[in-house]
Design a protein around this ligand. Structure first.
Ligand code: AMP
Length: 280
């Protein structure tokens, strides 16, 4: 596996692969890998000849006061995990390289970026779409793999690719969970022992909602109340939002049908956890 930090170097190497007719897959990440990240690399490995994983903690998607400074890092471990997963190129650019001063140009997704997580994290998705567009232009992959864990992000990127004509297939991979149901996240390491013990209540709430839907309940208000009540049974949980939305336009759905999504954001102390589920 090559570890590359320069844009011209990765471009040159990928050009050689491209000329040889190789299919290139990209997995954008912020590092501190867990099984969720590795599952995306695995999918890219199966579908492509060359797998590129980018590792960059993107400052423009963090608001002041969020965890940009403290975001967990372990490059040595990440390199080892990526290599074992069959990644060909680990792209680790610096902030200076991706955001040279002065930096004026951002990609903004209207509407979709204003709801759910975008409601409180004002410029978050502007940062996400900008960095992903930059990575797409640098790597020019044939496919890019994102996790359903960040469902809103995946939808916004799919729409950006459609609206801005990026010739890239977007694949959305299932959420990888811990044994007790907690969605894997680099941020889980922030949780105290007691918070970690309580956090699986989020998935428990989503699973109970799925069961209620499958038993015939389609009223979003009733299902919302069940999720709310279940999460509130965890004394340390503070709910930011529980939203039941249309899978494509993220507008609130009053009546649940197969394909409707429920998305939640819950704080444990300062740690913000997100999760979601597609009603089946
Ligand atoms: P991050 O490093 O948190 O920015 O995540 C990089 C990519 O991994 C994103 O596409 C996430 O949606 C995806 N991801 C994060 N956690 C999980 C998980 N538990 N299961 C599957 N994909 C995940």
């Amino acid at each position: 596996m090559d570890v590359i930090s320069k844009i011209d170097v990765i471009r040159e190497q990928l050009n050689t692969y491209r000329k040889a007719g190789k299919k290139i897959g990209l997995v954008p990440t912020m590092g501190y890998f867990h099984q969720g990240h590795l599952s995306l690399m695995e999918i890219a490995r199966q579908k492509c000849d060359v797998v590129v994983t980018s590792l960059f903690v993107n400052p423009t998607q963090f608001a002041p006061g969020e965890d940009f400074e403290t975001y967990p890092k372990n490059l040595t471990r990440d390199q080892e995990l990526a290599k074992n997963q069959g990644v060909d190129i680990l792209f680790v650019p610096t902030e200076k390289l991706l955001y040279p001063e002065p930096f004026f140009t951002y990609v903004i997704s209207e509407k979709l970026s204003k709801v759910l997580c975008g409601n409180k994290r004002t410029n978050h998705f502007r940062g996400v779409t900008t960095i992903v567009a930059k990575l797409f232009n640098i790597v020019q992959p044939d496919i890019a793999v994102f996790g359903q864990k960040d469902y809103q992000q995946a939808i916004i990127i799919q729409k950006m690719v459609e609206d801005l004509n990026f010739p890239i297939e977007i694949i959305v991979a299932p959420i990888v969970r811990e044994k007790d149901g907690l969605a894997m996240s680099s941020r889980n390491t922030y949780l105290t022992k007691e918070q970690r013990k309580q956090a699986p209540v989020i998935f428990k709430a989503l699973s109970r909602a799925q069961e209620l839907f499958q038993s015939g309940e389609t009223n979003a208000k009733i299902i919302h109340a069940l999720i709310n009540e279940t999460i509130k049974s965890s004394s340390l949980a503070k709910i930011e939002y529980i939203e039941i939305v249309n899978a494509k336009n993220l507008k609130k759905d009053l009546n649940i049908i197969p394909g409707t999504f429920v998305a939640v954001a819950v704080y444990y102390g300062k740690t913000r956890l997100i999760d979601n589920l597609r009603f089946e």
